[in-house]
Design a protein around this ligand. Structure first.
Ligand code: NDP
Length: 332
């Protein structure tokens, strides 16, 4: 099978030389295993952290080995009682065309609900991150005013739409281009701004108006987090989901200079990992399927064709080339 290996560890921004397209032999199918032909693989911001050789919440990628990550594919052969030939399954051996996967490490995707790719996005980990981060971590309540950064991305675009669906008084998003800002308004955000257009704090204050914000869903960190701390109301809550502004940093970045505001405003800042939110997966899946079916929630995808283009897709993701979920399509 063809696979993408980590050829060297990026220092700062990843470059093409950090990746290598290679061939490797597939292992024989063992008891309980399935052979999967990947249809779509996911490239995700967290993978940047795994390219560093540091201990973190997920193990670093090994050099000269295939990368891994979310994928959805078709079962070609099965020695597992849980899956049969022709099933579409989600699993974690992405970055390759074919994979031998443990049957119990793959979940069936109901493609009657949505196309296979959605199970890496709105109906998958991305969607659960948005749903649980907003409703469980930030304890969103109807009437809250919500600000989400990275709002035109996979997670962010869902956060804003879920907040609207659940009765937010106002939903504000920030993103990196005028086209993304326009898209957010189409998706029902009440206000959106391009963070390149001026200081985030000034733009957020203006977008929020006199009522401020009650919840900040942080995908970005840095200046965005500092701005949100300034604008949050007393008792405000922050779901700390990501800090993509810092993923390529080679030096530790300073904390928000105004962190002290958390005291006087009695703020809650809570970090979370989607892996710790699995207990909400069934509730999420039911709600999201309904919202997609009735059009309450819409999702965008940016699709790149061909395994050989996966490294570029990953690099482009970090640079903001995507609207909605960034995916690599391997066939069909
Ligand atoms: P996105 O689809 O949002 O893609 C990443 C986006 O980040 C880009 O499109 C780009 O959009 C934006 N971006 C890149 N650099 C910067 C910067 N310096 N400042 C502001 N924005 C920037 O990815 P995901 O939806 O998959 O992930 C969003 C966030 O959620 C990430 O931080 C990720 O790590 C985190 N995450 C956390 C999880 C958890 O368990 N805690 C699970 C899944 C995701 P733009 O054009 O707007 O700059």
């Amino acid at each position: 099978t063809r696979e993408i290996q980590l050829a060297s560890r990026p220092v700062g921004r990843p470059v093409p030389e950090n990746f290598r397209l290679a061939e490797s032999a597939l292992p024989e199918l063992g008891d309980g295993q399935i052979l999967v032909r990947n249809l779509f693989i996911s490239v995700d911001p967290y993978m940047r952290g795994r390219m560093n050789d540091v201990k973190s919440y997920s193990a670093p990628f090994a050099l000269d080995k295939a990368l891994d990550g979310g994928a959805v594919g078709e079962v070609l052969a099965s020695r597992s009682s849980q899956h049969k030939e022709g099933d579409v399954v989600v699993h974690s051996l992405g970055w390759r065309e074919y994979a031998v996967v443990e049957g119990d490490a793959a979940t069936t995707a109901d493609t009657g609900l949505a196309p296979a790719s959605a199970f890496l996005g709105a109906l998958g980990m991305t969607g659960l991150t948005a749903y649980a981060g907003l409703l469980k971590v930030a304890a969103f309540a109807p009437g809250d005013a919500v600000f989400v950064s990275g709002a035109a991305g996979a997670v962010g675009s869902l956060v804003g739409q879920i907040a609207k669906a659940m009765g937010a008084s106002r939903v504000i998003g920030s993103a990196g281009s005028p086209a993304k800002v326009a898209r957010l308004l189409e998706l029902g955000f009440d206000a959106a701004f391009d963070y390149h257009d001026g200081p985030v704090r000034e733009q957020l204050e203006k977008a929020a108006g006199p009522n401020g914000i009650d919840v900040y869903f942080d995908n970005v960190g840095g200046e965005h987090l500092e701005a949100a701390l300034s604008v949050l109301n007393v008792g405000g809550r922050v779901a700390m989901c990501g800090a993509i502004a810092q993923y390529n940093s080679t030096e530790p970045t300073p904390a928000p200079r105004n962190l002290m505001l958390a005291i006087g405003k009695q703020l809650t800042l809570k970090g979370f990992l989607v892996g710790g939110q699995r207990q909400h997966a069934a509730e999420f899946a039911g709600k999201m399927a309904g919202w997609l079916a009735d059009g309450t929630v819409r999702y965008d995808e940016t699709i790149v064709d061909g395994l050989e283009n996966a490294p570029q897709a990953f690099m482009d993701l970090l640079d903001g080339a995507n609207t909605g979920k960034m995916l690599v399509r391997l066939q069909g």
